[in-house]
Design a protein around this ligand. Structure first.
Ligand code: HEM
Length: 85
C-alpha cells in the first residue's frame, strides 16, 4: 500500500501490483461501499495532512475509485443495450 501511494503521489514507480485483480477477488464489493471508503479515506487524510495535501490525495483517490468501479461493475452489454435493428 505504501508503494501504491508512493507511486501515485510521487510518481516513484514503486508499485507493480494490479488493483483491479486484487479487488475482483473480494466478495460483496458494491459501488455503495466505495462512497464509504472515500469518506473514511478523507477523514484519515484530514487527520494526517493539511488541507491542500488532503485535497490532492482525495483528487487521486476519487479518480482511482471511479476507474476501479468502471473496471469492476460496468457491463456495457447490460448498461448500453444495442438498439433494435
Ligand atoms: C469499497 C472500497 C474498497 C474496499 C472494500 C477495498 C478493500 C481492499 C482489500 C480487502 C484489499 C486486499 C486484497 C488482497 O490482498 O487480496 C485491497 C487492496 C488494495 N486496495 Fe482496496 N479497497 C477499496 C477501494 C480502494 C481504492 C478506492 C483504492 C485506491 C484509491 C484501493 C487501493 C488498493 C490497493 C493499491 C490494494 C493493494 C493491491 C495489491 O495487492 O497490489 N482500494 N483493497
Amino acid at each position: 500500500m505504501r508503494d501504491f501511494w508512493s507511486s501515485i503521489m510521487l510518481t516513484s514507480g514503486r508499485y507493480h501490483g494490479n488493483p483491479v485483480a486484487a479487488h475482483r477477488r473480494l466478495a460483496g464489493l458494491t459501488p455503495e461501499l466505495f462512497e464509504r471508503w472515500l469518506s473514511l479515506f478523507a477523514e484519515t487524510c484530514g487527520e494526517l495532512f493539511d488541507a491542500a495535501l488532503t485535497a490532492s490525495f482525495m483528487d487521486k483517490a476519487k479518480r482511482i475509485a471511479t476507474s476501479l468501479q468502471i473496471a469492476l461493475f460496468y457491463r456495457p452489454e447490460h448498461d448500453c443495450p444495442r438498439s433494435a435493428p
